[in-house]
Write a protein that binds this ligand. Structure first.
Ligand SMILES: Cc1cc2nc3c(=O)[nH]c(=O)nc-3n(C[C@H](O)[C@H](O)[C@H](O)COP(=O)(O)OP(=O)(O)OC[C@H]3O[C@@H](n4cnc5c(N)ncnc54)[C@H](O)[C@@H]3O)c2cc1C
Ligand SMILES: *[C@@H]1O[C@H](CO)[C@@H](O)[C@H](O)[C@H]1NC(C)=O
Ligand SMILES: *[C@@H]1O[C@H](CO)[C@@H](O)[C@H](O)[C@H]1NC(C)=O
Ligand SMILES: *[C@@H]1O[C@H](CO)[C@@H](O)[C@H](O)[C@H]1NC(C)=O
Length: 270
């Protein structure tokens, strides 16, 4: 009996590894530094389509380099280094400095350390070197189309909280959603295109992708309502980014379940 079970388990494992291999992309993404990377005129054309200048995210400690003559306000960086709200405001800063680093195949770690006395160079690591500071739907569309057209590694960064560091990506092209801060309340929200059973009236809040939990709670409290959300120091986790895409745990989940959208743009308020 038990040996039969083991055989079954082995078969399932083998099968899933095979499927992952099959699904792997045939063509690798074009990374920064490679000859396929878009040239200046391609980026200039992109700039004309978006509302903000292109950004060049850098690891936050880069302001402290070169150590003999710091390029930026190193003292401010050191003061804020552990501050999640400050980190969320820097396109090149992740919530854990480890996510900003890249480990080479030979084990060498590329990063930019705040401790300059280590005598190590400040390197870009996993921080995408170029990106779009999205403020409009058009900005998001232009960034995604540009990445697709040029086969770039599109990295969506919101608050930088991703536990696997997926809001960073070496040599990638960043779509920074942090400034999409739209908030609106609708006491008679009807989800469009939803199944008939869901097509009823909800009290709902619509949040831009960059809204963080602290901001969402303040906004919803002003409406005299409660919303099921995440918990982190200073409310830095994004409400409408990775949290809702990943299922959304809350301290109130035992009573109200996981976070849920009632449509692609509305949150159900309990
Ligand atoms: C200190 C801390 C506390 C936490 N507390 C909780 C908690 O209480 N409950 C809970 O459930 N989780 C919690 N988490 C986990 C957190 O919800 C996840 O890491 C979540 O993915 C973070 O999403 P973000 O948008 O804030 O961060 P990001 O790291 O910026 O994004 C997370 C992922 O989602 C992708 N993404 C973000 N926005 C979009 C978008 N608009 N479209 C497509 N992809 C997007 C990013 O590319 C990335 O892969 C916590 C994490 C930390 C570090
Ligand atoms: C830039 O790249 C485009 C292709 O994306 C090419 O048509 C153009 O000639 C290049 N421009 C320069 C100045 O190299
Ligand atoms: C690891 O590889 C990098 C890039 O090829 C190289 O610069 C570095 O010297 C190597 N480190 C060691 C310890 O071999
Ligand atoms: C910085 O690195 C040096 C050299 O390894 C070490 O002596 C020192 O304690 C470090 N400073 C901090 C604040 O970690």
């Amino acid at each position: 009996m038990s040996s039969h079970r083991r055989t079954v388990a082995l078969f399932v494992l083998t099968f899933s590894l095979f499927s992952i291999g099959e699904a792997a992309p045939k063509q690798c993404r074009c990374l920064y530094g490679q000859s396929c990377w878009p040239n200046q005129s391609a980026f200039a054309a992109l700039s004309r389509q978006i509302s903000q200048p292109l950004i060049n995210p850098v690891p936050p400690a880069s302001a402290c380099y070169p150590a003999s003559s710091p390029s930026g306000d190193c003292a401010a960086v050191l003061t804020n280094f552990q501050d999640g709200l400050w980190r969320a405001d820097q396109p090149g800063a992740m919530q854990s400095p480890a996510f900003e680093t890249y480990t080479l195949p030979n084990g060498t770690i590329e990063g930019c350390y705040s401790n300059t006395t280590l005598g190590l160079p400040c390197l870009q690591g996993n921080v995408p070197p170029v990106g779009v500071d999205a403020r409009t739907v058009g900005d998001v569309q232009a960034a995604v189309v540009f990445a697709k057209k040029n086969n770039l590694r599109l990295v969506i960064k919101n608050s930088g909280h991703d536990y696997l560091g997926r809001s960073a990506g070496r040599g990638g092209f960043m779509l920074w959603t942090h400034h999409l801060k739209e908030r609106s309340f609708n006491s008679r929200f009807i989800p469009q295109g939803a199944p008939r059973s869901e097509r009823k009236t909800y009290q709902a809040v619509t949040l831009g992708s960059g809204v963080q939990w602290g901001e969402a709670y303040d906004y919803v409290n002003q409406q005299g309502r409660f919303i099921l959300g995440g918990l982190s120091l200073d409310g830095t986790v994004g409400a409408a980014g990775g949290w809702i895409l990943g299922g959304g745990h809350s301290t109130f989940s035992s009573t109200f379940g996981f976070g849920k959208c009632v449509s692609k743009f509305g949150f159900h308020l309990n």
